[in-house]
Design a protein around this ligand. Sequence first.
Ligand code: ZN
Length: 267
Amino acid sequence: MRVARFSHGGDPVFGVVELAADGGPNPDTVAVVTGDPLAGPVHYTGERIDLAEVRLLSPVIPRSKVIGVGRNYAAHAAELGNTVPDLPLTFFKPNTSVIGPGEAIVRPPETSNLHFEGELAVVIGRISRRVPRERAAEVIFGYTVANDVTARDLQQTDGQWTRAKGFDTFCPLGPWIVTHLGLDEVADLEVTTTLNGETRQQGNTSAMTYQVADLIAHISDFTTLLPGDVILTGTPAGVGPMVAGDEVTVSIEGIGTLTNPVVGQES
Ligand code: ZN
């Protein structure tokens, strides 16, 4: 199932996306549901809308947190002169950094080196604390695509990454949450980032040092995960700068494609 959050002229609602490519209706359609799929059971209203006619929003607004993971792909760690850490290296992004598909990433005046980082994102479905690795699948609601936008210059000068990773608009998520993939499947997905149509990152989740179950076990050992919390699993090699006027697209095989324009902010 692909769970989308969208607006169609009114308040945001949730729906289930049905793609023609999967044998669904043609054109692609979203079936409207009542309630929030992350909060409990939902019911189809019977209304179906062409996907092209809705504005997709971030499929989730994390209630409490987005947890990022640094240096989880050896080739990316190496390109910035780092090694893979002995334990997952984690940081928080505030939920106010989250934006949806098509929304603008705003370059703040404090940075002159704004980078894209295409990443697999895990959406948590249950309140969870100290989840053993072998039970990680039970607490996952689904997966989406993320861009862990980073002010690379501030990441280096600040030491702590909170500001470099935490500006408003620095966490595009979408286009929807895929709930039908197993841990084995998400351990072998192509992750591709293009800038203005040119491929910049081409990696595979199989190269992650710490896999999704490792990350959930490690993170839930120090913080309680809540439904709607999001874990960004780290980025493959090829990160690089974006400037105002650029368009950045992150695609993950079997999940979807997330595109955002970049704009500048004077101050
Ligand atoms: Zn990242």
